[in-house]
Design a protein around this ligand. Structure first.
Ligand code: ADP
Length: 358
């Protein structure tokens, strides 16, 4: 069936799409957490042919200072498509489209981040689209909320996003590149996983009210699938540390060796558990449950793997600390005595490259 407005055949006689998907089928999604060593939180996401990498920094001081809000923090997302992300070289730098998307994504993320926990600060979310193939704002938002969780930013929940639309007079889920370009309508959508609150909704093209309702239902259902993938990615990331007792997979060999030395030389102190708990508290509740239940055997390893992030904390404003405590306040975790956490932090420093000799 060809699109009535173009001659492009987007859906074949069997009702399959150009890439062989059914009308209500998502493209394959792969999420990897904690891919950037120097970011406080990060995520790499592949969604069909989209490739997005997100780095989160903060909470940190807002510049320029007049942007500071004494009552709450701000979330600043910056969406960027790199020059080689599309078939023809994209002119680098911000443009109207990326500014608009950055604003939309910032507002969506602010909706779930508990910004009142870290007033006067900013959480910066850098969303880099390295390969674009339609639905990049949804992919970016999905990855950004995972990266925020990885950074330990207190959040109500993750945001899951997807775009559906109308192609060749059919309503289809998760538009591909050609469907986006030659389709009749495009409805990017994002919602809070658990509550279903809509935090992003746009529409390009024309739909009847019934079609719109159907598309919303398709988007909701698919967002829940995306939400499960997000949670699974976070679980994978953190459960592997405790179960395998391995250093961070991305960590350079030298670091891994240092960590092994540490393990041999010093017995795991009691406080080792705390950083782990503290780290767990950073993550969405759902994402951590299975690990909590395990009461892992290698708290030491877990601690080591979290070092780089935790080690930074002393430099950061006090607010992140509060932020960490927030989920505990909800009764999600057993409260960790303050002094035990502090006790654990210097130990982490010991394991850093500078302190490894000690
Ligand atoms: P989204 O990526 O969120 O669907 P759009 O609907 O604006 O956003 O863009 C659809 C697709 O069009 C993008 O994913 C990308 O593949 C392509 N595209 C967007 N901007 C450009 C550009 N400046 N040059 C080339 N292709 C672009």
């Amino acid at each position: 069936m060809s699109d009535p407005y173009t001659d492009v055949q987007l859906i074949d006689k069997k009702g399959l799409r150009l890439d062989g998907r059914k009308l209500d089928e998502l493209r394959p999604i792969k999420i990897e957490v904690g891919v950037l060593k120097r970011a406080d939180g990060s995520c790499y996401l592949e969604w069909g042919e989209n490739k997005v990498i997100v780095g989160v920094y903060g909470p940190r001081e807002v510049h320029p200072r007049h942007m500071q809000n004494p009552m709450r923090g701000i979330v600043q997302a910056r969406y960027n498509m790199v020059s080689f992300s599309v078939s023809e070289r994209k002119r680098p730098g911000p443009d109207r489209r990326s500014s608009e998307i950055s604003k939309l994504l910032s507002e969506a993320l602010e909706h779930v981040v508990l910004t009142d926990r870290f007033p006067r600060t900013t959480v910066d979310v850098y969303i880099e689209v390295v390969q674009a193939s339609a639905g990049t704002r949804c992919a970016g938002l999905t990855a950004a909320s995972v990266a925020l969780a990885d950074a330990g930013i207190p959040m109500r929940d993750l945001i899951a996003s997807v775009a559906s639309g109308k192609v060749g007079d059919k309503l289809v889920l998760d538009l591909g590149q050609k469907e986006d370009n030659f389709g009749q309508a495009d409805v990017p959508f994002a919602m809070v996983g658990r509550t279903g609150e809509v935090v992003l909704l746009q529409m390009d093209g024309h739909l009847t009210i019934e079609e719109f309702d159907t598309i919303m239902e398709m988007n909701r259902k698919a967002s829940l699938e995306v939400y499960e993938i997000q949670k699974a990615a976070l679980q994978d990331r953190y459960s592997s540390f405790t179960e395998e007792g391995e250093a961070e997979p991305d960590a350079p060999e030298e670091e891994k060796k240092d960590e092994k030395k540490e393990k041999k030389s010093s017995p795991p102190p009691k406080a080792d558990k705390e950083p782990k708990d503290a780290k767990e508290s950073k993550e969405p509740k759902d994402a951590k449950k299975p690990e909590d239940a395990k009461k892992p055997k290698e708290p030491k390893d877990a601690k080591e793997s979290k070092e780089p992030k935790d080690a930074k904390k002393p430099e950061e404003p006090k607010e992140p600390k509060d932020a960490k405590e927030e989920p505990k306040a909800k009764g999600e975790k057993a409260p960790v005595p303050e002094e035990m956490v502090e006790e654990a932090i210097p130990e982490k420093d010991d394991k850093g490259p500078a302190g490894g000799d000690e």
